[in-house]
Design a protein around this ligand. Sequence first.
Ligand SMILES: [Zn+2]
Length: 350
Amino acid sequence: MNSINIDCRQQKPPIRTEPPTKALAESLPKATQSHDHPAKPNNNTNASLFFVGTATTILEWEGFRLMTDPNFLHAGDHVHLGPGVTGTRQTNPAVNLEDLPHIDAVLLSHYHADHFDEKVEESLRRDLPIITTPHAKDHLANKGGDSFTNVQALDFWDSLRVNFTTSKQSTDSNLKPQIQITGMPGTHVPPGPLAVANDLLGAVPPTNGWIVELGYTSPSSSDSSSSVDSDKGYRIYISGDTLMFDDIHRIPEKYSSHTGKPIDLMLIHLGGTTIPSPKVPILMVTMDAKQGIEMMRLIGADVTIPIHYDDYDVFLSPLSDFKKAVSEAGLDKKVVYLDRGEEYRFEVKK
Ligand SMILES: [Zn+2]
């Protein structure tokens, strides 16, 4: 398994403005609301997930910050989502790009402008580690003198170990925090002739989902292949902009309580994104409420948080549809709803 090493002590700003126009923020803005487990409140939380908007979240744990799908456009801004397809942002991010604290790595599900907008692409510092699809790497690492220099591509089922050093004093110096990221299958267009045509046209980009495993290893442990075991650590599944399709069924074959690798948290990209436009809704390319419930039943995560649900006008399935479907399915105690600027706190077990 490949690995990368990140030194969080350098506290590098995410953007490359030279000279810096303002001092680097020390932290994210205080969450407007902090959510706990919906059924089992926990006083030992040591990690958080801050919802910025769209599919942009910031995971903080042991001094390490991982940002997903950075999109910092504002209400009224437009994105190009493929030939003849544009979207208009309806919301503002909970924090502006230039107000972010240090970010140690980016996890990018696919190279699409509502997940990695033009301003983000222009602004991010070039050595910021980006973990993404081979397709996105092709774009980001081949921009001549303006290339990103630390892009890691993961295919479905490929894993990457992220070793990091922080200045945060661990309460138990014998344990070292570590992250493992594995690409999960995803498809942004329905399989079949449309997908074949799309592959030829390169219209809608290929997308990954992710398993992000947070856990502690002891330096004496020779088991460098260890992923998180069932009663320790924390395992997150991020769907990416996928629809339900056959390969998703392979995820619980590997990650479930039956295999000793249960999923603690699922971030599910909803919205029922429909292209080419809200006025001509022909093709749905992300899950709607119905597929979201199917996904919840299939993955069996302990907690689900919907994201990517109302930020663009091409998102035609509102969060209220999903909420209603969750209640009807009797799954209320399995879901946490985050508005932009809110956080979910959880415990990575030692
Ligand atoms: Zn999207």
